[in-house]
Every structure is written in structure tokens, then in C-alpha cells.
Design a protein around this ligand. Structure first.
Ligand SMILES: [Zn+2]
Length: 301
């Protein structure tokens, strides 16, 4: 199937004035000359971008070659570590918000919703992936709606907290998405976003080798702290806290992941063998490569 690529304006400032930033496997990433937002242009239309979010998205071995670079190695097997990471994030949210009604946009298999529910939150999720939503509903008995946020017609001011983790970089119109979240939050409600940090040292150092740029099949926007803050302000939010997102991994898979960056594959394979041979593969490590932004923001008006 051939899909026509479409040209888009800058989602943040509306300008049609971008400069080439980098090319990856035939996809063009550009940078707005006016506001600095980095995005894929031209790009596939929304329906085509969404085709990848099937079961294999969460258990995908081919994320190291060209256009197939997307998804997770084995999301479900990593459940325990994901839950530890999410529990820490929930603690931070609870510094800014009283327990109440929570919406997780792009909730995947629902691990965070499940955790929030255990902590007393009334939690609802949205997910475009049929696989993710079905898992959350059937295995965890969660309330998850299938579709994009704007297709669901949720009520005004009906949530105290909205979380959107590792999602905004996939969304075709992030400004509208943030405005929709603004509508759904009550006044003073809190939004938490996590997204790759294109302004980070690692992103600048690695350039087109950076894993997040190589995911051009799924990522269509690349934010820095500055452009994300700017967009949040445009949409009626005040930033409360910005930090780098950490994540808990098992040492084995963490070392294996180095293959995406390795200048010499033999070195990575040797290191991986060593870690497994020493029996350290299931040792839990907390890694913060400073390559993801976490923002907590409050609806101001
Ligand atoms: Zn712009």
C-alpha cells in the first residue's frame, strides 16, 4: 500500500518555515525557524501512523533496523519494573494533587491505572491500541476506552489529574491534545507529561544515532524543555516541576539495549554475555540517562 505523505505547519507557532534537521531512513525531521519545534515533515497521515500499535508493538524484536525501529522489546515481561517506576511517579503527582479522578492518556496495558486504583484513585484510561486496551480491561478489569482522546467526548472539568507518558511525541496535533486535556481538567488540576528530550546532552551527542530520532515511524514530534514549556503555556498551563525521567530496569535487558548505540557490536555482545554469566541479569538498576523530560503542570484558568 502506498500512502501519500502530507506536509504540515509548525504545531506550536503555526509557521510554515522549517529548516532541515536530519534525515533518517528517508524520513525528514525539520526544525521550525520561528519557535524551534522539531518534527517530522512531511509525514504519514494519522491512520497510517496508528497501524503499528498492535500486539507486536509491545513485544517486538526488530526495533534495531531502519523503518522497523519502534515499540518495545518485551513490555509485559518488564511489568514489575514498570510498576516500580510508575509508583515513584505517582508519589510525585501526589505532592501536587489530592487523590481524586485520574485519566491516563495512552494507558497501554493499564499498569499505571491499576496502581493508581490501588492507591485510591478513580482511574480511567484511553488507548488507541486494541491489544493494550483489551489487556487492561480483561486482565486487570480496568475502565479503558479505545480511541484518541478527542474522539471520546469526555465531560468538561471532570478530572483532577491527567497523565500522558511517552505519548505526546506520537500525537499528530499535540496543541489540540493539550487544549483537550485543559478542558477535561478541573481548575487547578495537574497534568504530567513524559517525552524524549531533544535538547538533552545525549540527544545532541548522538544525533541521528539517538534511539528516539530513529523511531520516526512512531515519533512525529521531538520536544526540548523549552518547546514543551512554551506549548504548555500556550494551552493554559503553568509548569510546576521539570525533571529527567528515570526508569527501573533489569541489568540484563539494559545492557542488551546498548546494541542500539554500539559502535562495535562485539563489545555489547561480550558485555551482555558477561552480565548473564555472572548472574547479574536480574539485578534491578535505576537508570536515568537524562534523555526524557518529565513535566508536572497545573491548569491555571
Ligand atoms: Zn514554530
Amino acid at each position: 500500500m502506498t500512502t501519500m505523505l502530507e506536509r504540515v505547519r509548525c504545531n506550536l507557532c503555526g509557521a510554515d518555515d522549517d529548516a532541515p534537521f536530519m534525515e533518517i531512513d528517508g524520513s525528514h525531521i525539520v526544525r521550525c525557524r520561528k519557535c524551534g519545534l522539531i518534527y517530522v515533515n512531511p509525514r504519514y497521515p494519522q491512520a497510517s501512523l496508528q497501524e503499528i500499535y498492535t500486539e507486536s508493538y509491545y513485544d517486538h524484536d526488530g526495533i534495531n533496523n531502519g523503518r522497523e525501529f519502534y515499540g518495545y522489546d518485551d513490555y509485559l515481561q518488564d511489568e514489575e519494573n514498570i510498576r516500580i517506576t510508575f509508583a515513584r511517579r505517582l508519589k510525585t503527582i501526589e505532592r501536587f494533587a489530592e487523590t481524586g479522578r485520574l485519566l491516563d492518556v495512552g494507558c497501554a496495558t493499564g499498569f499505571f491505572l491499576d496502581l493508581a486504583r490501588q492507591q485510591g484513585w478513580n482511574a480511567l484510561g484511553t488507548e488507541v491500541s486494541q491489544f493494550g486496551a483489551a489487556y487492561a480491561r480483561e486482565k486487570l478489569n480496568l475502565d479503558v476506552r479505545i480511541g484518541t482522546l478527542r474522539s471520546l467526548d469526555l465531560n468538561d472539568a471532570s478530572f483532577d489529574v491527567v497523565t500522558m507518558w511517552d505519548v505526546i511525541e506520537h500525537v499528530v496535533d499535540p496543541m489540540s491534545e493539550l487544549r483537550e486535556i485543559h478542558r477535561l481538567l478541573r481548575s487547578g488540576g495537574v497534568l504530567s507529561i513524559i517525552t524524549p528530550d531533544a535538547g538533552s546532552f545525549v540527544a545532541r551527542l548522538l544525533g541521528r544515532r539517538w534511539e528516539e530520532y530513529r523511531r520516526v515511524r512512531e515519533h512525529v514530534y521531538f520536544f526540548s524543555r523549552a518547546t514543551l514549556t512554551h506549548m504548555l503555556q500556550e494551552c493554559g498551563f503553568d509548569v510546576l516541576l521539570t525533571e529527567s525521567a528515570d526508569k527501573v530496569f533489569y541489568l540484563g535487558p539494559a545492557v542488551k539495549r546498548l546494541k542500539y548505540y554500539a559502535w562495535d557490536g562485539r563489545l555489547t555482545r561480550a558485555a551482555t554475555r558477561l552480565v548473564y554469566w555472572l548472574g547479574l541479569d536480574k539485578v534491578r538498576v535505576n537508570i536515568n540517562p537524562l534523555t526524557k523530560i518529565t513535566v508536572y503542570a497545573r491548569k491555571t484558568s
